[in-house]
Design a protein. Structure first.
Length: 413
């Protein structure tokens, strides 16, 4: 028996179970009926996850393309046969059961990306390879955009981290971060002022680096001018795009700038955030105690068992409980990255990086959303938020990698 489980990573499995069980406990505090359902989903997820150990790891690699097509078909089908919930057509309703296909598509896309990167034809320095990788990631994003589900779109960008591990230039993240800052700044500041700031910044940089710049090369001036023009154009287009967004999306962003407690936001778009912060703040250092939270008991936060479940932790378990949960996620994600880096096969390494990166983005956005550092986009906390398809999807993601790591450790690939 000890030989059988020698390659099964105990720390990763333990952290997964600990977070999932802690999630069930907190959902039960919000709604006992939903807590019981989540426990049932956890049992089903574990059973199906263990079934992946009956499958040879080459199966996931060989049929990655078929899984990817299935994920695309599920995403396309929901646009026709799906149910509209909270303004997004992102769910299948089958009797009393709901399925969000994007949770399955995350796994399918990770399998396909890992399969392609592991193929002999892949070369990160090749334009063709970059185009194919972009298509693999971008196709699901386009279908999700049509739903629309902004939160899931952001999660799919996590696969760029796996590409970075395989040699993608880090400049893509620097450039992306730069334009993200310009976009956010353009919402609150005039584009003319932003352009002026950019020009001043470049002028100061030129003065400091004037001795290192070869002025005999006119291309330097062309590059500088092009950079200013592109940055300025992006700033003006960002403010224009923002004004064309639906009012509720604009309000969700403006809440971060103006505060959720002002009258025009507090009773509508900022309502969740206001009481979420109230709940977390009222928990203090040790928390009010299990099922003793007044905000949770009064159900002041709509859908608190899903996207805003972290505020229950803050209120009932306090600063200490919140920190413990954050540490558990940090340990789990770090463990997955560590195991992925030590894989002998490219396929399992890339798949592991995809899993860890998806969990990282989910974790950062959800926690940031609940404490007011990120707009509300409707993204669950992995293994913790209520939802059968979410828990099942994340669990299968974890168990597939556990299976790949198990085979790698036992050299059964």
């Amino acid at each position: 028996m000890s030989k059988l489980f020698r390659g099964l990573d105990g720390p990763m499995l333990f952290l997964y179970l600990l977070i999932a069980i802690f999630g069930c406990v907190n959902i039960y505090s919000v709604d006992s009926n939903l807590g019981q359902k989540q426990i049932s989903w956890l049992i089903v997820s574990i059973i199906l996850g263990l079934c992946t150990f009956l499958v040879r790891p080459k199966f996931f690699e060989n049929f990655a393309g078929l899984f990817y097509i299935l994920g695309i078909l599920l995403l396309a089908g929901v646009l026709v046969f799906g149910s509209d919930i909270n303004g997004a057509k992102a769910w299948y309703r089958i009797g009393g059961f709901s399925l969000q296909p994007v949770e399955i598509s995350k796994i399918c896309t990770a399998l396909m990306l890992a399969n392609y990167i592991g193929s002999p034809n892949f070369n990160i320095k090749s334009i063709q390879s970059l185009i194919v990788s972009t298509i693999i990631i971008g196709f699901p994003i386009i279908l999700i955009l049509l739903q629309p589900d902004v939160g899931s779109i952001l999660v799919f960008l996590a696969y760029l981290i796996a590409l970075y591990r395989e040699g993608l230039s880090g400049w893509i993240f620097i450039i992306g971060g730069y334009f993200a800052i310009i976009f956010l700044a353009s919402i609150a500041i005039s584009s003319w002022i932003i352009t002026l700031i950019i020009v001043i910044f470049i002028a100061i940089s030129i003065l400091l680096l004037r001795r290192k710049i070869n002025w005999s090369q006119p291309l330097h001036l062309i590059y500088i001018g092009t950079f200013i023009v592109i940055s300025s154009a992006f700033s003006f287009s960002s403010s224009y795009i923002f004004e064309k967004l639906p009012q509720h999306q604009k309000d969700r962003i403006m809440v971060l700038y103006e505060g959720e407690d002002i009258p025009k936001y507090r009773n509508n778009i900022g309502y969740n955030l206001y009481f979420s912060k109230t709940a977390i703040g009222s928990g203090g250092f040790w928390g009010k105690g299990y099922k003793q939270g007044s905000v949770t008991a009064g159900r002041f936060v709509p859908e608190q068992q899903t996207d805003y479940i972290f505020c229950t932790v803050g209120e009932e378990w306090g600063f200490v409980g919140s920190c413990i949960l954050i540490v558990l996620y940090a340990l789990l994600i770090t463990r997955i990255y560590f195991l992925a880096e030590n894989q002998k096969g490219i396929f399992s390494r890339v798949f592991g990086y995809c899993l860890a990166s998806v969990l990282l983005i989910h974790f950062l956005i959800n926690i940031g959303m609940v404490i007011g550092l990120f707009p509300t986009v409707g993204i669950p906390l992995p293994f913790f938020s209520y939802g059968g398809s979410s828990l099942l999807g994340f669990s299968l993601f974890v168990f597939i990698f556990l299976r790949l790591n198990y085979s790698d450790a036992n050299r059964l690939i």
